[in-house]
Design a protein around this ligand. Structure first.
Ligand code: GLY
Length: 369
């Protein structure tokens, strides 16, 4: 069974198709979006080992020709250097403006390929086939694309929507559990923002979704991915360029991006892990400001403990450096930081009234454990 959700953006609307083994019939879904029966798959070394043969077979079976570009795996690939190499490769392949490229991988590949697609010949079409949980529930949907710079994460990029998002839940089965837990943070986020019932469901099913018995686990993952994509599609359809509601999707990200930057985008703290820590900090900050009941903060902390999420107390970060990173974030406006705060589970809102001394003392306490 294939489930469909649509991101409603007028003439740029597109479908998110979710299913099991959907990659094996990829050609059927992709063909309507290609102007000629040839494309380029861009992926990374890890995805190439575990999943590329399946996509190759899925396209060959449907008579679609393709070239493949394989990039190194890891956050460091979201760089000017790799963007230049990728664009030059596409130029050397003489890809035309009416052609379509495929981003096949996690968030790094999706963001980089999407950005390349937004500037190659002033913009060509691209399709997302996300293979990690984080990419399936967040980064492949909504058209945020970009690269990192020495000044911070995702500071250079463009809004460029894909023509299709194809999600095969079975690609998650070759991932390490740590990647699943990291991606799960972006799922829980939708519950925290405005869906307390979904959060209740996750409290009950989160553990089994992460590492349950196979058949049940697939069904739970499909359900959680569908819910997440529906939530994201609704927000993006309403506020594509983040002038309001979409900023709620940054819950935990101001803290998270600072932790990642301070850690040098190193693989001992994945993006989703940093976001999980960031969301706990956002709940604690809201509590310190008298906005969120302590019982909700305890519930959130317990849930992240239950799923063995990464803890801030294991890191030895410098608080002043973290604050500096936070002030370099995209979410600065008129010299003030916009935070996503909560008045409880399922009740997130934006605020630029946060006292940085409160943030500083919260970080100091959190880092002590
Ligand atoms: N990941 C947040 C957004 O797409 O807006």
């Amino acid at each position: 069974m294939i489930q469909k959700t649509t991101v409603d953006l007028g003439s740029r609307s597109y479908d998110i198709l979710i299913g099991e083994n959907i990659i094996d019939t990829a050609a059927d879904h992709i063909r309507p979006h290609l102007k000629r029966s040839k494309t380029v798959i861009i992926t990374d070394e890890n995805v190439a080992i575990h999943q590329l043969a399946r996509l190759r077979a899925g396209l060959e079976k449907g008579g679609i020709e393709f070239d493949v570009i394989i990039l190194p795996a890891g956050e460091a690939t979201k760089s000017f250097d790799h963007l230049e190499t990728l664009l030059n490769k596409l130029l050397s392949m003489r890809l035309e403006r009416s052609d379509t490229i495929i981003a096949f991988g996690g968030g790094v590949i999706g963001d980089l390929v999407g950005f390349a697609a937004s500037i190659y010949l002033r913009g060509i079409n691209f399709i997302q086939i996300p293979t990690t949980l984080l990419a399936q529930v967040d980064s492949s949907v909504g058209g945020k694309t970009g690269i990192n710079s020495k000044y911070g994460k995702n500071l250079i990029g463009a809004f460029h929507q894909p023509r299709l998002v194809l999600i095969d839940v079975t690609t998650l089965e070759t991932l390490e559990k740590r990647h699943i837990i990291a991606g799960y943070a972006e799922i829980v986020k939708y519950g925290f923002i405005n869906d307390p019932d979904f959060y209740n469901w996750l409290e009950k099913n989160g553990r089994s979704l992460i590492d349950g018995e196979e058949t049940g686990m697939r069904a739970l993952r499909r359900e959680a991915i569908k819910k997440s994509c529906e939530a994201k599609a609704a927000i993006v359809s309403m506020d594509e360029k983040e002038s309001g509601a979409r900023a709620l999707l940054n819950l935990g990200h101001t803290f998270g991006h600072a932790l990642e930057a301070e850690n040098g985008y190193n693989d001992d703290l994945y993006h989703g892990e940093a976001v999980a820590i960031g969301m706990i900090l956002a709940f604690q900050l809201s509590e310190r400001m008298g906005l969120c009941p302590p019982s909700d903060v305890e519930r959130v902390k317990k849930h992240f403990d239950d799923i063995s999420a990464q803890s801030i107390s294991l890191f030895d970060f410098n608080v002043d450096n973290l604050l500096k990173h936070m002030q370099g974030d995209k979410k600065m406006s008129g010299g003030k930081l916009t935070f996503v705060l909560v008045s409880g589970i399922g009740k997130a809102f934006l605020s630029n009234e946060v006292n940085m001394e409160t943030v500083k003392s919260l970080l100091k306490d959190a880092l002590k454990g």
